[in-house]
Design a protein around this ligand. Sequence first.
Ligand code: DOR
Length: 444
Amino acid sequence: MSKTVIKAATVVNEGKIDTCDVLIVDGRIEKVAPQLAVVADVEINAEGLHLLPGLIDDQVHFREPGLTYKADIWHESRAAVAGGTTSFMEMPNTVPNTLTQALLQDKYDVAARQSLANYSFYMGAANDNLDEVLRTDAKEVCGIKVFMGSSTGNMLVDDEHTLQSIFASSPMLIATHCEDEATIQQNLARYKATYGDKLTPDMHPLIRSAEACYISSSRAVGLARKHGTRLHILHISTAKEIGLFESNIPLADKRITAEACIHHLWFSDADYAEKGNFIKWNPAVKTAADREGVWAAVLDGHIDVIATDHAPHTLAEKSQPYGQAPSGGPLVQHALQALLDMYHGGRLTLEQLVQKGAHNVATCFQVAERGFVREGYWADLVLVDLNKPYTVSRSNLLSKCRWSPFEGYTFKSTITHTWVSGKLVYQHGELLEKGSGQRLSFDR
Ligand code: DOR
């Protein structure tokens, strides 16, 4: 039996902040109480530090198999745990696309050997794989991913009959990327007619426009209402889309939920001048007014969870001209630090941070026994020093692509320790060599 006790931590959990000791026995939280009198194998003095449930990131692209020159499960899971994210849900636009149960299983096999964080992998939908999609085990897989807008990996599902069938018959949560392809193509043609090949990153939100997002998100919501589907719309980036969601229903009863991402909460179109393609994402980072709209929705419950859409590409790829540079960038290592800066800036409370980044993700996906600091649950925990500055530099980047839109930026807080399923995987910059991540399971 292995025992760890974390002493005198300021525990942020389920709407409360209390100073407590936390006892971990064989991977699980055994006891949370003030001043536990126990003898443990490991004792961590957490006086002055805040203990949070590890973040659960419901949208990452770790690129394995097939694109491992950009990223892989081992590197990206190290970046995740160093940043306080203890579980991730990974997307199917790898090579090959995750369109069969066998290919899905291959990913689980790699993660079982390599991942430092807990993991789950989305089954991918295409125009022609409904039979495979329907064989997905809802208790063992986070969801079905449907690209209702094209992005990296050519996984657009645009066949009306297929969309109707998937929404009508999915055995589980469907997560969608919503951007209307016809609108994007029309905008692109217009911009090309005017600017030729001289398109620049600041045009990205005008080509991948707010209207493209609204048309596609409305369509997804319409399909879900018609069929009673459990729908989760990823990376909401505009103020207008907020009206599609509800805030007055308990999360566990919602059939339609929404996600906001760090980049849409942090950046606005004013940042393209400095950051260029390094903040080129799909959906695009849009106006400051859109950012404010997304923030308001996060705080009032129209948007349920916060994630990253961690989507690494190489520095060489991102350094190409706008038209060639792929969309996406690495974020998973700095998600919690960015959120803690937003806390310092008065944007959200620590309780709200933990709710949107951990509790609600667990509730939304019905993740079993994780996402809360609760006795009997797995000990997925992160300890942070709120007042220890941390500067992002190439030398401390852990994602395989070794660049970050935050390079050179100094966060106000530092992650000091991370436990995954009770194992201390990260401590003051040191990482365990190989993973102890477990496969997530779902109470469905
Ligand atoms: O910007 C993005 N990049 N958005 C996506 O939906 C996909 C991602 C990627 O895989 O590169």
